[in-house]
Design a protein around this ligand. Structure first.
Ligand code: ZN
Length: 107
């Protein structure tokens, strides 16, 4: 079926990777879950399919107002979560300098 479903390296559960609006990857359980707190889909403001932790969007999806689905983040269900500790591979994080919003009041 969906090609984007992979196995969690830790617990072998089926998961899928979604992107958040911030461009970070978020592992979701492979199948939609109405108990989840992540809306994955487009919004009226943004046609991209992104994962958003947003109660209002979740509610809208569950009532059919949005076309996306509701998912459980895999962090919440992983059968073998990462051990506590400092070993966190740090992905390169390109942070483009955000332009300072200058006050341009026109007149
Ligand atoms: Zn897992």
């Amino acid at each position: 079926m969906a090609l984007d479903i992979v196995l969690c390296r830790r617990c072998q559960a089926r998961i899928r990777w979604a992107f958040t609006p911030a461009g970070r990857r978020m592992p979701l359980d492979a199948d939609p879950d109405p108990e989840g707190n992540v809306y994955w889909g487009p919004t009226p403001e943004d046609p991209h399919r992104l994962a958003r932790v947003d109660r209002d969007l979740v509610a809208a999806a569950l009532t059919g107002q949005l076309s996306g689905d509701v998912y459980m983040p895999h962090h919440a269900t992983c059968g073998n979560p990462p051990p506590r500790g400092p070993r966190q591979p740090r992905p390169p994080k390109p942070t483009p300098p955000s332009p300072q919003l200058g006050l341009d009041l026109g007149q």
